[in-house]
Design a protein around this ligand. Structure first.
Ligand SMILES: [Zn+2]
Length: 336
């Protein structure tokens, strides 16, 4: 054997020995598929579980409440408190919205989940023209300390009215269930009545205020309001919505998708002198036709509330009928 052949033989021998040394572990892996799978796919418990469906319908105009979620890391530990959310449905605009949920483990790995929300427009009933001589009493800006006595007066004559409330009058909101149970309509004026420039500043500001009030109504009565009276009336609201930030001059269309109608008034009896006699005199003005009247008063004005009993007696004697304004009434878009 030549020297070169001897070298080749020794090298081959070494290579063969090395292969034989490695062989046992290779064969061992092939005989343990579970270990092999575990080595190839490390356990992945990291996840976000969405409660409810990953795709839901949500009624337009109803404040959104997420159905919830639970998050777990790779060790199976609850990490729900570390989840952050991106995106939320704009519930005053019908459409499709995506909500993303994330949390990050210490190794920087993200877990994510996605929910699709269809904000579905609500339907409104057809309007019905009320019989001639119908009077709708409406009271803005309450509830307040005058509201219980006003309700007593209305109950005495079985007259139903509509209350457009200011929802941040929180110390008086316990009376809302009584308003509903006695057959009156609960409507929304706003949550914060302090400034028109603030309230109507942009679309988000206005509708967030409205939905805050809606939530307060629902929490205390279990119902959602379907009638709205714009603070300042529809002329003020429409003008400001069209000219303020973003120019959102489509209030009525958005409200309709939310299942709501806005109402102005065509009788405003409250006296410039802020007295009961003047309020009563204006209401009982014999020239008034009263084919269909929506009367604006404020339960926050005692002198005005004090005129209500005589107003009711006068109207009943004249053959007029009272009705609680609701979303089935024709729109009133002008002021006296
Ligand atoms: Zn007001």
């Amino acid at each position: 054997m030549s020297v070169r052949r001897r070298v080749y033989f020794l090298i081959s021998l070494v290579v063969l020995c090395l292969l034989l040394c490695k062989a046992p572990s290779a064969f061992a892996k092939e005989t343990d598929p579970v270990s092999e799978a575990a080595a190839a796919e490390p356990p992945l418990n990291r996840r976000i579980e969405l409660f409810g469906s990953g795709e839901i319908d949500w009624p337009c105009g109803v404040p959104f409440e997420d159905p919830g979620f639970a998050a777990f890391d790779s060790d199976g530990q609850d990490r729900s408190g570390d989840v952050w959310i991106e995106g939320s449905p704009v519930v005053w605009r019908a459409g499709d919205y995506t909500i993303l949920y994330f949390f990050s483990e210490n190794d920087g790995q993200l877990a994510a989940a996605r929910r699709l929300v269809h904000v579905v427009p609500q339907s409104l009933p057809e309007t019905v023209t009320p019989p001639k001589g119908t009077i709708c009493l409406t009271f803005d800006d309450g509830p307040c300390e005058n509201t219980p006595a006003l309700l007593d007066t209305l109950a005495k004559y079985n007259v139903k009215a509509c209350f457009f409330i200011v929802a941040n009058r929180s110390s008086y909101l316990d009376i809302l269930p009584r308003i509903v149970s006695e057959g009156h309509t609960l409507g929304i004026h706003c949550n914060d009545h302090s400034s028109y420039d603030y309230l109507y500043k942009n679309e988000t500001r206005y509708f967030t205020d409205l939905l805050t009030a809606q939530k307060a109504v629902h929490e205390r009565t279990g119902i959602y309001a379907h009638v709205v009276r714009f603070p300042g009336g529809s002329r003020t609201a429409s003008f400001l919505a069209a000219t303020m930030e973003g120019g959102y001059g489509e209030l009525y269309g958005l409200l309709a998708d939310m299942g709501m109608r806005a109402y102005d008034w065509n009788v405003q009896p409250e006296s410039d002198y802020r007295d009961t006699a003047g309020t009563l005199a204006h209401f009982t003005n014999p020239k008034r036709p009263y084919e269909y009247s929506v009367v604006l008063q404020h339960d926050t004005r005692y002198y005005s509330v004090a005129a209500v009993e005589k107003m009711i007696c006068w109207a009943l004697e004249k053959g007029y009928t009272f009705a609680a304004l609701d979303e089935t009434f024709p729109d009133i878009h002008f002021q006296e």
